[in-house]
Ligand binder design. Structure first.
Ligand code: ADP
Ligand code: G6P
Length: 471
């Protein structure tokens, strides 16, 4: 077994199998913020990524992806149902996102969560070289740091949560709250998107585990666990270069023509998830059509909503409701060849996404709650022309870094409608000034800066930081 000095552990591998038009199986980058953040970073690093390849068959042997070794962890039908769809995505995910859907609790799910976390810890222990740095990602794997430390105390272990970490009164609902906190404290560094999340974590650790905790340090078993905020970002330069490519600019012009050359294009790009505020946004748009503030001939909405977690009930219900509403709005307000909403559920490659970003006069990113939201950052990075208005929810982590966006509260329907109108009709000079400021921020605070700050806090020797972030 080949071992690595850096091991990333995430529920999902950065690639997904899919069927090519000729029927052959092909691998492509998985949609989702975690993969988007880490994939560009690890390219060409001597690292191993431990994760699940999707599906429930035996773990496939995957080739290296851009120099990164893939170590697959298999999930069987029961694991998929009880760990991934159950505890991770029907208990933790809704609870961590303000309980916008009701979290469910089943004892069987907890059994599966422990079992799968143990499997990930064992796979990681096999591929990590002595003294390696291991970086465990996200809410599917809260127990891995503790389990891994028990097997391999020589490792330097980091944990990073990509989603919000909830206030104590919500987290306290979890029947297994103490075990989850203790699992995370197996790490040397626990990172969050926002300082508020680190504060919530410290409060919970003090209350539930009765340990000495500040917003920066926690003492446990004679060790110090550091905690902190490390807002994740994107490969800004890569997105900007892609968006500036002549073929992408030409594709954007073509897309605009295909959309009927409207005066305004509003774009939204989401995983089909109830946290993303898709229904609220459709309602706001529909009410603006009814009141006549927006006319289909001048303004079109492009909604990209790639299906996600499709066997989880709450996601099935959401998809049905969204599709019914899109159908209703198009039926009522569209004309032949002129739909009010262009609704797309396909995954796109990065160049097509960049072209879509370039065509959007308003990018509507209005989640009810989101750890960060990388789509918002990708849009800003893609606007190399300094044009385009970002309409952004106050409840996305990105809002703290991009205060120049047109900020809205997506729970406030009237406010959302006002925000849409304001961003649609903003003076070009205002739009440009805001976009320029946001681009400057992302130029500095890109994915390498994120990795540098996290790994420097984790691996004080600095050796890894230099290797990973110098390219
Ligand atoms: P989340 O992590 O909840 O999925 P983010 O906005 O942080 O939300 O990240 C979503 C990522 O998935 C972005 O990098 C985005 O470009 C990508 N993505 C979203 N929709 C698609 C799609 N239809 N095709 C390809 N990539 C997509
Ligand atoms: C968010 C989560 C990731 C997850 C991604 C896609 O970004 O933070 O951990 O991988 O959504 O969701 P999926 O369930 O398809 O992995």
């Amino acid at each position: 077994m080949r071992q690595s000095s850096l091991v990333v552990v995430a529920n999902r591998l950065p690639i997904d199998d899919s069927v090519a038009p000729d029927g052959a199986c092909e691998w492509r980058r998985s949609p989702g913020g975690l993969v988007s953040a880490l994939h560009p970073l690890l390219r060409h690093a001597p690292a191993t990524w431990v994760g699940w390849a999707g599906g429930t068959g035996p773990a496939p042997n995957l080739p290296d992806v851009d120099g990164v070794r893939m170590r697959t962890v298999p999930l069987d039908q029961d694991d998929l149902r009880d760990h991934y769809e159950g505890f991770a995505n029907a208990t933790l995910w809704p609870l961590y996102h303000d309980s916008v859907e009701q979290p469910q609790h089943h004892r069987r799910w907890w059994e599966a969560y422990q079992r799968v976390n143990q499997r990930f810890a064992e796979a990681t222990a096999e591929v990590a070289e002595p003294g390696a740095v291991v970086w465990v990602q996200d809410y599917h794997l809260h127990l891995v740091p503790g389990m891994l430390r028990a097997i391999r105390p020589d490792l330097r272990i980091g944990f990073f949560l990509h989603v919000p970490f909830p206030p104590p009164e919500l987290f306290m609902q979890l029947p297994r709250r103490a075990e989850l906190l203790r699992g995370m404290l197996g790490a040397d560094l626990v990172g969050f998107q926002r300082a508020q999340a680190a504060h919530n974590f410290a409060q919970l650790v003090a209350k539930v585990l009765d340990l000495p905790a500040t917003d920066r340090r926690i003492g446990i078993d004679g060790r110090v666990v550091r905690i902190g905020a490390f807002p994740v970002s994107i490969d800004t330069a890569e997105m900007a270069a892609l968006a500036a490519r002549p073929d992408v600019a030409a594709r954007a012009r073509r897309l605009r023509q295909d959309l009927g050359s409207p005066e305004h294009v509003i774009l939204s790009v989401d995983r089909m998830d109830y946290t993303k505020g898709i229904e609220q946004r459709l309602k706001a748009y529909s009410e603006l059509l009814v009141s006549g503030h927006v006319k289909v001939r001048d303004t079109v909405l492009v909604q990209v909503a790639v299906p996600s977690r499709e066997r989880v009930g709450q996601y099935q219900i959401l998809r049905e409701r969204v599709e019914r509403e899109v159908g209703r709005i198009n039926g009522e307000f569209g004309r032949v060849g002129e739909p009010a909403i262009h609704y797309l559920t396909q995954p796109f490659d990065r160049a097509e996404l960049a072209a879509l970003y370039r065509v959007a006069d308003v990018m509507a990113v209005t989640p009810l709650r989101d750890g960060m939201n990388l789509v918002a950052k990708e849009y800003v990075a893609a606007r190399v022309d300094d044009a385009g208005a970002l309409l952004l929810s106050e409840f996305a982590g990105a809002a703290a870094e991009l205060p120049q966006a047109y900020l809205v509260n997506p729970h406030d329907l009237e406010g959302l409608k006002q925000g849409l109108l304001e961003s649609l009709h903003a003076a070009p000079a205002d739009v440009r000034a805001r976009m320029r400021a946001m681009r400057a921020h992302l130029h500095e605070h890109d994915i390498r800066a994120w990795a540098r700050s996290y790994l420097r806090a984790l691996d004080e020797t600095g050796a890894l930081v230099d290797r990973l972030t110098s390219t």
